[in-house]
Design a protein around this ligand. Structure first.
Ligand SMILES: NC(=O)c1ccc[n+]([C@@H]2O[C@H](COP(=O)([O-])OP(=O)(O)OC[C@H]3O[C@@H](n4cnc5c(N)ncnc54)[C@H](O)[C@@H]3O)[C@@H](O)[C@H]2O)c1
Length: 314
């Protein structure tokens, strides 16, 4: 298959490209950055299209020339970056998504996979959060993701684009994204390996839902590959594990006992993270396309630390 990943040089896009290449897909990475966040061996087998997702003509031309069967639309500004640069976030997250859907319609791309977020639910008291709980996010990032979901569903019903959305929880990865309030869950590993110390901007007991990057990549491919007849919805939700800050520290200390952890709760970030529900109803994802995460916290620690060491020590 011919597949384009927007934001393909980001944390998730870089990892998603690898298994697609392994199975023989021709992968194009559209990104404003020419360099991948993580350079996998498969990167050299991908085509890189350096472009601004907010540029309608550029996106349309790349999609027309690529004759893609599917697009994974990942390009976005994450939550903290969006709050700092709201104009850019609107261009990337909103106009960019319009451009991708319009190009898919115009050039007959069969399938569009959209990465949304559980942050789109806003403050929720139910635990687990029902999949169709009202979405009233308080962040610009969340608002753009809700709008992207709705626009995609509109393109499905109006124009027949096979739009499939996935609400991800925070994704832990070696060199993972740090542009959101959940950025600590990847940064803690990097600082533990590089500096031997990490100061959480959280209280020790503050917890948040996470999944490992391999599970996120597996979910995106699982949803993409599912036969249309198996799907009962257009947008699915994932759930994960929800370790506290001190549980992260304990897990990392099992591998790196000398690391020093301190806690300096940020008056803005700690309440945001603490407000996130721990669990989401992911039963439709499990039933319809086989979502079945494999990584617990210690398995994540055992995967991330050696990967970081190998990358840092060369
Ligand atoms: N990482 C997580 O914890 C998480 C959680 C929920 C949802 N998501 C969603 O998953 C997707 C991928 O996340 P990620 O962790 O890989 O983020 P990331 O920040 O690592 O990657 C985003 C990529 O988009 C690119 N990009 C930004 N602006 C662009 C523009 N104008 N034109 C072209 N490319 C542009 C960036 O260069 C970057 O490579 C995003 O849509 C994000 O909202 C991620």
């Amino acid at each position: 298959m011919k597949i384009m990943i927007t934001g393909g040089n980001g944390s998730l896009g870089s990892r998603l490209a690898a298994p697609l290449v392994w199975r023989g897909d021709q992968v194009t990475l559209l990104d404003r950055s020419p360099d991948p966040r993580v350079r996998t061996p498969e990167f050299d087998q991908c085509t890189v299209a350096v472009a601004d997702i907010a540029d309608k003509e550029q996106v349309s031309k790349i999609v027309a020339d690529g004759e893609f069967d599917s697009i994974f639309h990942l390009a976005a500004l994450m939550s903290s970056d969006a709050e700092e640069n709201p104009d850019v976030a609107w261009q990337v997250n909103m106009i960019g998504t319009c451009n991708v859907l319009e190009a898919a319609r115009e050039h007959g791309v069969g399938r569009v996979i959209f990465t949304s977020t559980v942050a789109s639910y806003g403050h929720m008291t139910e635990d687990p959060v029902p999949v169709d709980a009202p979405q009233w996010p308080e962040s610009l990032y969340g608002a753009t993701k809700v709008a992207g979901e709705r626009l995609g569903v509109y393109y499905h019903y109006r124009f027949g684009v096979d739009f499939r959305g996935l609400r991800l929880v925070a994704t832990v990865a070696p060199f993972g994204s740090t542009g959101g309030a959940s950025g600590y869950c990847s940064q803690v590993y990097l600082d533990a390996v590089q500096k031997g110390a990490y100061e959480f901007y959280l209280k020790p007991e503050t917890r948040a839902p996470i999944i490992y990057i391999e599970d996120a990549v597996g979910a995106l491919i699982g949803l993409h590959d599912a036969p249309a007849s198996d799907l009962t919805r257009r947008v699915y939700t994932l759930s994960g594990i929800a370790p506290s800050a001190e549980e992260f520290a304990a897990s990392i200390r099992q591998v790196l006992p000398e690391v020093q952890f301190t806690y300096k709760p940020d008056p803005v970030l700690d309440p945001i993270v603490a407000s996130w529900p721990d669990r989401y109803d992911d039963s439709a994802s499990r039933a319809d396309w086989g979502w079945d995460p494999g990584y617990g916290l210690d398995a994540i620690t055992d995967a991330v630390i050696p990967a970081l060491r190998a990358a840092i020590e060369g």
